[in-house]
Ligand binder design. Structure first.
Ligand code: FES
Length: 153
């Protein structure tokens, strides 16, 4: 049993490691890469899809250069997260889960990032913005547009 578990864990670890590498390279997991990984690791494509859908860090759709994530967990929600999300959607002209036409911004939501006391929270390219106000949304977008070198890659 221990042998089976250790082999299984090592394949799982290798799969996650590979998926991270692919996503870091392309910004998402292209469908073609799933077949290649399946053949390489001898893991079924459905198992790979299971991992991809379990871990929110992976995406099957190309993301924009900058990733903005709004926490919609309960604590952030009651502190005004829907208004923050609305403002990002309005200013970027997209809805949550979409990417702007110029591929500059992807807007996503998440349920709790573990910093509830700081809610509502927006995460822009990994930087946490706590106690967000709608008037700060434009400034975050403007700063990201000015940051040429920094992105989600
Ligand atoms: S609900 Fe937003 S950080 Fe917990």
């Amino acid at each position: 049993m221990e042998k089976i578990m250790s082999e299984s864990n090592s394949v799982q670890r290798e799969l996650i490691h590979l998926l991270h590498d692919v996503q870091n390279k392309f910004g998402y997991i292209p469908a073609q890469s799933i077949s290649q990984i399946s053949r390489e690791l001898k893991v079924s494509e459905s198992e790979i899809f299971g991992v991809l859908t379990f871990y929110k860090a992976f995406t099957l759709k190309p993301r924009g250069k900058h990733l903005i994530t709004i926490c919609m967990g309960t604590a952030c929600h009651v502190r005004g997260a829907p208004m923050i999300l609305d403002e990002f959607e309005r200013k970027l002209g997209i809805e949550a889960g979409e990417t702007t036409e110029d591929n500059l911004f992807t807007l996503e939501t998440v349920n709790c990032v573990g910093a509830c006391a700081l809610g509502p929270i927006a995460i822009a390219d990994g930087d946490y913005h706590g106690q967000m106000k709608t008037r700060e949304v434009g400034e975050i977008i403007k700063k990201l547009k000015q940051e040429k070198g920094k992105s989600i890659e």
